[in-house]
Design a protein. Structure first.
Length: 229
C-alpha cells in the first residue's frame, strides 16, 4: 500500500481524487478543494506548477507546504506529471515529506530568495530611473520658465511678447506649439485656448492640459508683460 499522499488534480487545480494517505494527512480533501486550499504557497504559484506538470509525462518536482491535521505544515517535494489515463487534462501528484536540511529545499529557497532580491533591485532601478527622469523634466521646465521671465522683462512692444511666447512657452508647458493672439484667434479645434487678460488669447497645441501651476505662472507672466508694454 502506498503510504505517500497522492492526488489527482485537474487543470484548474481542483482536486479530483486522493489516496488514503492523502486523506489521512489533509483535512477536507474529500470535499474536492482546489490544490491551493491545501498548501501554503500563493494560488498563482500553484497554478503555474500545475500548468508545468501538465506539459510533461515525467514526474517533475516542486516544493509545496501541505496543510496537515492539527494545523501542521508539512514541507513536501511534490512530483507531478500529466495523468495520461484521464480523458481530460489532469495531473498525477505524489508528495514526499522533506526535512529542513534537504538539499533540494535549501537550493530552491536560495533560488527564490535570489529571485525576490533581483525583482526588488529591478523595481528599485525602475523607480530611480523614473524619479531621475521626472527631476530632469522639472529642472528643464524651470530653466525654460526662467528664460521666459528674463525675455519678457525686456519686451518693449506687444509684438515682442507675441514673439517671445512663440519661442519659449511651448517648452515651459510641454506643448507642441504656443501662439499668442492679441485679437480673436483663428478657428482651430486642435488647439487649447487660454484667455490672457486684458485682451489676448494663448493658443496651445497639446495632447493634454499642461500642469496647472506651470500654466498659471506662464499666463501671469504674459499678462504682466502685456500690461507693461
Amino acid at each position: 500500500m502506498l503510504t505517500e499522499p497522492v492526488l489527482l488534480v485537474a487543470a484548474d487545480t481542483q482536486v479530483l481524487a486522493a489516496n488514503p494517505a492523502a486523506v489521512r494527512l489533509l483535512p477536507g480533501v474529500r470535499e474536492g478543494p482546489t490544490l491551493s486550499n491545501l498548501v501554503s504557497e500563493p494560488g498563482d504559484d500553484v497554478a503555474l506548477f500545475v500548468r508545468q506538470w501538465l506539459r510533461t509525462s515525467n514526474p517533475t518536482p516542486a516544493g509545496l507546504t501541505l496543510h496537515g491535521f492539527d494545523g501542521t505544515r508539512v514541507r513536501s517535494r511534490c512530483f507531478g506529471a500529466r495523468a495520461q489515463w484521464v480523458p481530460t487534462p489532469a495531473v498525477h501528484l505524489r508528495a514526499v515529506r522533506i526535512d529542513p536540511g534537504d538539499r533540494f529545499l535549501t537550493l530552491k529557497e536560495r533560488v527564490n530568495a535570489l529571485e525576490r532580491e533581483r525583482s526588488l533591485r529591478f523595481r528599485a532601478t525602475e523607480d530611480r530611473l523614473a524619479l531621475t527622469s521626472s527631476l530632469a523634466a522639472a529642472h528643464a521646465r524651470l530653466d525654460h520658465l526662467h528664460a521666459l521671465v528674463v525675455a519678457t522683462s525686456t519686451a518693449a512692444t506687444a509684438a515682442d511678447v507675441v514673439r517671445l511666447v512663440a519661442q519659449h512657452v511651448a517648452s515651459v508647458l510641454g506643448c507642441a506649439t504656443a501662439d499668442l493672439h492679441l485679437g480673436p484667434p483663428p478657428r482651430n479645434p486642435a488647439q487649447l485656448l487660454i484667455s490672457i487678460p486684458p485682451h489676448a488669447t494663448l493658443a496651445l497645441t497639446t495632447d493634454g492640459l499642461p500642469p496647472a501651476d506651470h500654466l498659471e505662472s506662464v499666463t501671469t507672466l504674459i499678462s504682466g508683460a502685456l500690461r507693461n508694454v
